[in-house]
Design a protein around this ligand. Structure first.
Ligand code: CTP
Length: 694
């Protein structure tokens, strides 16, 4: 577990310094690389020679090497290490670390340390019990350091009590545990919301709350420590965070937080919603500072979106959602209500009535509540509370892995169930092997590549067909093909599938020789074939995520858009921007245009809220579909020349006719009106809705 880990061991001037020799030996035996840093007084207790011999590295003690004049860089050590242990740590060094008194190399190294720090105090019992030592240790705990509690027993002073440095084998075991923990969420993507939201009243005032964001950041750090890739969406907070595993999105208002959360959630395995989101915002935001006019004023507020409930509504099987409840009364009952209402997996309750719990403090006292029961915890630092919360979450996530693994051994990253067919009947008579080769290579290229960092279970994969028809082929390997791309998604709770995207790309020109490796490098497009395929794959994945969660596919749609932008240089007609023909570029350019946002929102309403709900509640689901179609109309009105609105109605026509087969004549009439205005060329088809008398 410690193999290859880089450990800085800080040794200070205590009788227990002799134990440092044993600690180095054990760490080296475990395969760790150890760099010892000593304080000047530590040299009185153990020689640098002993420690450098055991660690196999010169011991560092001074800022400069007196022989060569070289600078011993504490900054580099801070970046190099995977962990720092200070053992033994004297009261004096603990005090200096707590107060930032950087008068020796050990303390400067500590202050520069990016890795987790473990501190093993060693001192006389009264020194250890002294309030000043305890306060310093609390400060260090508050900074996120791990204090390895000293053991009780006979001390060097021959007195008996607590103060004896923990035994080296126990320290090594603890460190092993720590690194073991760090792997458990590897490959998981976790979303965290944190802090308050500010709702603007005018340019200088806002409605907000006292949330500091500390709890959310502690959860994010803990998830990252256990190997997860974390995205934190933070309201206005002063918390700093430079963990490379944590991507930070800063927002101000609830609506901004909502947009970011809806975009990020579909690609995550779990979300922890610790933000104190303002439930209401001013109905009007004044453009200029509101002047004092009368003795009272009324501020009208309107409701903000409930982020937790919205994520709960789109939560996929296997995704986990954790909420917080800060209550002043009836805590348990209210928390349980929120658990159900927001479709959470568990909720963390803290009561403002508990001293030391709540907003601005560094400690918290929580109860974790799920559908099976509850578990109360003592008052702890927020970092330790985060550990408890993440342990709960981790158990749930690992349970899913254990449950699903036997059925989905190859699940990771296989987003598509794609079938590529190549029809060369028009050009038969030439070298047929090349067609077979190309078909195989394309199947492999699409299905074996990891297009996203997400995990797709077998039943979540998007079915799609890429059908190439070769129009012309020359022996130099130049192809001109048409390509029909069609992607379908299952309709929840039924055996139906729904066409997600369908488009016939009339001409794609490329070069291919048998055994060419099909490769795609995002920012270096030099192959029109793979660029086109990658474009469609990202478009399909993005549209599928848009259908799963409102505007959920932005990450991949933007990739498709970037490809389309970069591919302009490839010179192929399909990519030409602004061309009057409806090509690949126009599709994505339409779809990602701001005016077409209603279309993107329609994808979610139509598929997730509409079609997926129909098997349970046909009328309710159909109403959502109608709302979706109204959004489509809005986009059409805002951008009448856009091609995508028309395309969508074309490939959905049969499905739509079917959806409205059983409804009232009024409903039929109103939807036919909308559809005919979006795509009048299909009026014959829309008429079928009215004529259908089921
Ligand atoms: N939450 C959210 N979006 C909101 C309000 C709350 O995501 N607009 C989340 C919080 O992050 C928290 C949970 O919902 O995880 C409960 O928040 P809380 O404010 O206690 O719940 P509310 O539903 O707002 O209920 P109330 O304020 O009436 O107690």
């Amino acid at each position: 577990m410690l193999k290859g880990k880089k450990i800085v061991l800080g040794v200070t001037g205590s009788i227990a310094a002799y134990k440092a020799a044993l600690l180095v030996r054990l760490l080296v035996k475990e395969g760790a690389e150890v760099q010892v840093v000593m304080t000047p007084s530590a040299k009185e207790f153990i020689t640098p020679l002993t420690l450098s011999t055991l660690s196999g590295k010169p011991v560092l003690c001074d800022f400069f090497n007196s022989g060569s004049g070289a600078w011993n860089s504490h900054v580099e050590l801070g970046l190099w290490a995977d962990a720092m242990i200070v053992a033994p740590a004297t009261a004096s060094t603990i005090g200096k670390m707590a107060c930032g008194v950087a008068d020796n190399l050990l303390v400067t190294t500590y202050l520069s340390m990016k890795a987790p720090v473990f501190i093993a105090p060693a001192m006389d019992l009264d020194m250890f019990a002294h309030p000043s030592t305890q306060r310093n240790l609390d400060v260090l705990r508050g900074y996120g350091n791990n204090i390895i509690e000293p053991a009780a027993g006979e001390l060097a002073s021959h007195l008996c009590g607590k103060g004896r440095m923990e035994e080296p084998d126990k320290i090594v075991a603890l460190l092993k545990d720590f690194f073991l923990g760090s792997a458990e969420l590897c490959g998981k993507k976790i979303l965290v919301t944190a802090g308050p939201t500010y709702e603007k009243i005018d340019p200088v005032r806002f409605v907000g709350n006292y949330s500091s964001g500390k709890m959310g950041f502690a959860v994010a750090e803990e998830c990252a420590r256990r190997g997860a890739d974390v995205t934190i969406i933070a309201g206005p907070v002063s918390v700093e965070c430079d963990n490379p595993r944590i991507k930070r999105i800063d927002v101000e208002s609830a609506r901004e937080m909502y947009d970011a959360a809806m975009t990020e959630f579909p690609s995550c395995d779990a979300a922890v919603l610790s933000a104190a989101v303002a439930d209401y915002r001013p109905a009007v935001q004044a453009g200029e500072k509101i002047k004092r006019k009368s003795e009272s004023m009324v501020l009208e507020l309107e409701a903000n979106p409930d982020i937790a409930a919205s994520l709960g509504a789109v939560k996929r099987e296997g995704q986990r959602l954790v909420g917080f409840a800060l209550e002043t009364e009836n805590g348990h009952e209210n928390a349980l209500g929120k658990l159900e209402k927001k479709n959470l997996d568990f909720i963390v309750l803290n009561s403002l009535k508990d001293e030391g719990a709540g907003f601005a403090c560094d400690t918290n006292k929580v109860t974790v509540i799920d559908r099976e029961g509850s578990c109360g915890y003592q008052l702890k630092s927020k970092k330790d509370v985060a550990k408890d919360i993440v342990s709960h979450l981790s158990k749930l996530l690992l349970l899913i892995v254990m449950f699903l693994l036997p059925f989905s051994a190859k699940a990771e990253g296989e987003e598509l169930n794609a079938t590529v067919t190549l029809n060369a009947s028009k050009v038969q008579g030439t070298n047929t092997d090349v067609f077979k080769q190309l078909e195989e290579s394309l199947n492999e290229f699409i299905n074996n590549r990891k297009w996203t960092a997400n995990t797709y279970e077998e039943e979540e994969r998007i079915d799609c067909n890429f059908t190439f028809v070769v129009n012309s082929y020359a022996n130099d390997g130049s192809f001109d093909c048409s390509l029909m791309v069609q992607a379908t998604r299952p309709v929840f709770g039924s055996s139906y599938t729904s066409v997600l995207f369908k488009y016939e790309d009339k001409s794609i020109k490329f070069n291919y020789q048998p055994f060419d490796r099909l490769e795609f490098v995002e920012d270096n497009l030099d192959n029109n074939l793979t660029a086109t395929i990658a474009f469609y794959v990202y478009t399909i994945i993005g549209m599928d995520l848009d259908a799963m969660g409102e505007l959920g596919g932005s990450e991949f749609l933007n990739k498709a858009y970037t490809i389309a932008g970069n591919a302009q240089n490839l010179g192929d007609a399909g990519w030409r921007a602004g061309s009057s023909s409806n090509n690949r570029y126009t599709i994505i350019d339409d779809y990602m245009n701001g005016a077409m946002e209603p279309v993107r929102k329609m994808m979610y309403r139509y598929h997730r809220l509409g079609l997926d709900a129909m098997f349970k509640d046909a009328d309710g689901g159909r109403k959502e579909i109608t709302e979706g179609i109204r959004l489509l109309k809005k986009a059409y009105e805002d951008r009448p020349m856009a091609y995508f609105t028309k395309l969508f109605t074309e490939y959905k026509v049969d499905e739509i006719v079917n959806v409205y087969s059983k409804c009232t004549p009024e409903e039929k009439k109103s939807v036919v009106e909308i559809l005919s205005s979006i795509n009048p060329s299909l009026s014959g088809e829309w008429d079928k809705i009215t004529k259908n008398n089921n």
